[in-house]
Design a protein around this ligand. Structure first.
Ligand code: PLP
Length: 404
């Protein structure tokens, strides 16, 4: 009899956001009059900008005529988009990345979760703690775990690199040498980022020990500070040790439209094999191309009109970030993030756990956030609020918290 993949049984029972969803649903059912404001899940709320809507309409129209109809897209993405990304996102910043090193996909989550397939089964991974849960979970599914420690809720083959207020949310080089290093910059959930200088330490380290950095830059569009790089390829040496993930979800509101891309430089080789060839093979085998309509709409991100409209959209969310950051600061909370990312990370009051604070905010202010412990053991004692709500709700949520 066939057995199921038991590695899946090692995963925590339910995904963080479904636990939150259930708690909020139960609370709302018991308190139907409570106007609950959700600043929990990192999903956007503003509609697609007009330039994207008109590009979508045009592409849909093309699909309605035999001469301009498009069937399967090329597995790795349309050349028009790959070339534009290479030029505008990379070459314009002085990064040596070519169009054939860009792989278009349906979003960064799939790629972050799937990339581990091209590495050996015994690869040891290192993750920032706290961090986006997909990195650890996808490796647990693949069996890269070792022993589980109930007390710390960690796996022995996963190196957790604490990022807390005490170290300025900057991961320290680990004692045990990892094979794969996941870095998420700007970071979800802490909302903090690494400077060029701080990132260069990691690039040099990865090259010196032969590790590969898996660099998730899904929030790149929110970077405001000059010394924070927009791509890891701004750092010399990154072509031989780094893979970068990007998403159109947060820079263009594509969470429901779906598009992203991954950059795999041809210079990234291990044991004589090129990661680029393996990822091309994997992508071509298991992915049938992102929709033409969506890739056409993504081109708007690089047009003058689109850039102006999207800049306003990012500014809208970052105004929320400021409302949250300043408001919580005035209320006496210790707050972080919110400058290069749409997330605010706050320390929960003494004596409370992250989940205690979740319940407290839900019950007393009808505001939903995300408990820090859901992002890793070092997230305990912290709490995440997102700037992706609408402005009026964000202002009201912060007023309610201030009045507690
Ligand atoms: N990476 C990080 C760090 C994220 O926070 C998210 C979404 O919340 C993703 C990737 C997923 O992006 P996408 O919508 O492109 O799948």
């Amino acid at each position: 009899m066939v057995q199921l993949n038991e590695n899946y049984l090692k995963l925590p029972g339910s995904y963080l956001f479904s636990t939150i969803g259930k708690k909020v649903a139960a609370y709302s059912a018991a308190h139907p009059d409570a106007k609950v404001i959700r600043l929990g899940i990192g999903d956007v709320t503003q509609p697609l900008v007009p330039a994207i809507i008109s590009a979508l309409h045009e592409a849909v129209e093309e699909m309605g005529h035999a001469e301009t109809f498009h069937g399967y897209a090329p597995d790795l993405g349309y050349a028009f988009l790959r070339e534009t990304i290479a030029e505008k996102d990379y070459q314009a910043r002085g990064c040596e990345i070519s169009a054939d090193e860009i792989f278009i996909s349906d979003g960064a989550k799939s790629d972050c979760g799937n990339i581990q397939e091209i590495f050996s089964a015994d690869a040891r991974i290192a993750v920032c703690d706290p961090v986006y849960p997909v990195y650890v979970d996808s490796n647990v599914m693949a069996g890269r775990t070792g022993e589980y420690d109930e007390k710390t809720q960690t796996w022995s083959n996963v190196i957790y690199m604490p990022c807390t207020a005490e170290n300025g949310f900057v991961p320290q080089l680990p004692e045990k040498t990892p094979d794969l290093i996941y870095l998420c910059v700007p970071n979800n959930p802490t909302g903090t980022a690494l400077t060029r200088e701080q990132l260069a330490v990691w690039v040099d380290y990865a090259n010196s020990v032969g590790a590969v950095i898996l660099y998730d830059a899904a929030y790149e569009a929110y970077i405001a500070q000059e010394d924070v790089p927009h791509s890891i390829y701004e750092i010399p040496g990154a072509r031989t040790c780094a893979i970068e993930f990007r998403s159109f979800s947060k820079n263009a509101g594509f969470t429901g439209v779906r598009l992203g891309f991954t950059v795999v430089p041809k210079d990234l080789k291990r044991g004589g094999a090129a990661a680029h060839s393996l990822w091309a093979r994997r992508h071509g085998t298991k992915f049938n191309g992102a929709p033409y309509i969506v890739q056409k709409a993504a081109m708007v991100v690089y047009s003058e009109e689109g850039k102006a409209q999207l800049k306003e959209q990012v500014a809208y969310y970052m105004r929320n970030a400021k409302v949250i950051y300043d408001g919580l600061g005035e209320a006496g909370y210790e707050v972080y993030g919110g400058i290069n990312a749409p997330y605010i990370w706050l320390r929960v009051p003494e004596g409370m756990t992250s989940w205690d604070f979740f319940d407290y905010l839900l019950q007393k202010a009808h505001v939903v956030g995300t408990p820090g412990s859901g992002f890793g053991p070092s997230g305990e004692g912290y709490f995440r609020l997102t700037a992706f709500g609408n402005y009026e709700n964000t202002v009201e949520a912060i007023e309610r918290i201030k009045n507690l």
